[in-house]
Design a protein around this ligand. Structure first.
Ligand code: ADP
Length: 489
């Protein structure tokens, strides 16, 4: 494959327009299990071709070497590939000496699959060198609420042991949390030490605010306990749904009297070494109703999920309940000064890196896999950021034109970072709206961004520009021109 053929036409001058994206000398073939913005992005990408059918790829079975598709430990759920829709013609556990090519395998280069599909197929799947697929096999280590906290607590303890208590303080960004029912008794002890504070109960594996409630008194969870948590001696006991009980942040930062949280997009292209990109744009999701601690049963006041807020009686779909992260950063900078906001946003970088490090040794690393996380971060009244949760399938359905533009750019730039077309040099620190935050260590910025470097100094500032200006199209034009001339020379 000649290097020259890898530069797709749409990045070349009009005279040499080549309509095809190139892997070798052919178009890039993709599959997509979603019907929203990501599909629009993929369909709009010059030279990319859709492989028809959704979620219907037959795995390429390689039982002789089930780790072919990954590297590292596969202690988590290695047999789940035999469940559900996996079709191994020789039956579970049988051996085949070479990868068995089944219908549909290898007919794609890029697959935006859903988590369920990956869970069912990954362990028996053979991936070719060039194939890229969304999700790491055990992404849930970070995205299930109980596991996220378990992993964070473990790394915090290890850090304290190895580097001292002071270092451990850099982990104080997640509210005190216990898993129920397994940690019920420890929770009760903690509860009694802090009378009067508010706690929030959340089902560990659900999303969009479902099943969440707040409480102040232990007896408020008696009903829940009866339903969900029965003593082991009960012969009719079913496995209770796992919940987390978490200290409620009672002093959220308010704008216009309303609570909000911030959606931050993070792209991990490798866990080993850890390589992390942070997207400049995102949004703040506001609750529709003024914040008050008087009505803790009112989800419209306390939960900022769009799925909840859009059902509020006075919700206005035109106005929505979102601000762009740029708008938020501007507002906070005007109010508190640029330095205070820089410090607050640096706290978000810390959350991202520490949380990813907490699972770095656990996630089954695979060069074929990538993950785009949606972090939910809440500022308290001191502008301290708190990690609320991490999503592996952040919503890509747009709630309006602005939201569509954000998500379209985000996803297009994600494909630009992955660079299946091989247009980049691989040394980039910025691709469109994505900035390289970490590659086996922190990345420092080498070009100034005055919004984020108000003193005019660019020396030693982190390459992190959340909420800063995102003139992605101009940056891409310049980037590709530069990359092309580097490659030529
Ligand atoms: P889900 O996965 O169901 O969205 P989250 O953990 O994201 O669950 O919680 C939903 C919403 O509840 C958050 O967006 C936030 O507004 C609010 N929330 C969750 N945990 C806390 C907390 N500890 N303190 C304050 N608000 C919280």
């Amino acid at each position: 494959m000649s290097k020259g053929t890898k530069v797709p036409g749409y990045m070349q001058g009009k005279g040499s327009r080549n309509p095809r994206g190139i892997i070798g000398d052919r178009e890039i073939r993709y599959k997509c299990s979603l019907q929203n913005t990501i599909l629009d992005v993929l369909r709009g990408r010059p030279g990319w071709q859709e492989v028809p059918g959704q979620n219907n790829i037959q795995p390429n079975v390689n039982q002789a070497n089930p780790k072919q598709a990954g590297s590292g430990s596969t202690t988590q759920g290695t047999t789940s590939g035999y469940k559900g829709s996996v079709r191994n013609p020789q039956g579970p556990g049988t051996q085949s000496a070479v990868p068995t090519r089944l219908q549909g395998d290898g007919d794609w280069d890029f697959y935006w699959c859903d988590r369920e599909w990956l869970a069912q197929n990954y362990d028996t799947m053979f991936l070719y060198e060039h194939q890229k697929i969304l999700h790491f096999r055990n992404h849930y280590e970070l995205t299930r609420k109980n596991l996220m906290v378990k992993n964070l607590k473990r790394l915090k303890k290890q850090t304290e042991r190895e580097l001292g208590k002071a270092e451990g303080q850099s982990f104080e960004f997640f509210p005190t949390t216990y898993e129920l029912p397994s940690e019920y008794h420890i929770f009760v002890e903690e509860f009694k030490k802090n009378p009067g504070i508010i706690w929030i109960m959340k089902p560990a594996a659900r999303a969009q605010g479902r099943g969440i409630f707040l409480f102040r008194r232990l007896k408020d969870i008696t009903d829940w306990k009866k339903g969900e948590y029965q003593p082991l001696s009960d012969p009719n006991r079913e496995v209770p749904e796992t919940y987390v009980v978490q200290r409620y942040i009672e002093n959220p930062y308010l704008i216009g009297g309303r609570k909000f949280d911030v959606r931050v997009y993070v792209l991990v292209v490798s866990y080993n070494p850890l390589k992390v990109w942070l997207y400049r744009s995102g949004f703040a999701r506001f609750s529709n109703t003024r914040f008050s601690l008087d009505s803790i049963e009112d989800t419209y006041v306390h939960l900022t999920n769009v799925a909840i807020q859009k059902n509020a009686p006075d919700y206005d779909p035109d106005k929505g309940c979102k601000w762009s992260t740029q708008q938020l950063r501007k507002y906070l900078s005007a109010k508190h000064g640029v330095e205070a906001v820089k410090k607050a946003f640096k706290g978000i970088d810390n959350i991202i890196i520490k949380s990813l490090q907490s699972v770095q040794k656990i996630i089954i690393n695979d060069k074929h896999c990538f993950e785009m996380y949606g972090y939910d971060v809440l500022f308290d009244s001191d502008l301290k950021p708190w990690l609320i949760e991490i999503n592996a399938s952040p919503s890509l359905t747009a709630s309006g034109k602005e939201d569509y533009d954000l998500k379209f750019g985000l996803l297009n730039d994600l494909l630009n970072v992955l660079d299946l077309e091989n247009r980049l040099t691989g040394k980039e620190k910025r691709v469109g709206g994505w900035d390289l935050l970490w590659e086996d260590g922190p990345i420092l910025a080498d070009d100034g961004n005055m919004e984020c470097a108000p003193n005019g100094t660019t020396a030693s500032i982190p390459n992190s520009f959340l909420g800063c200006h995102n003139e992605r199209k101009r940056q891409l034009r310049e980037l590709y021109t530069a990359a092309q001339s580097i490659k030529k020379s």
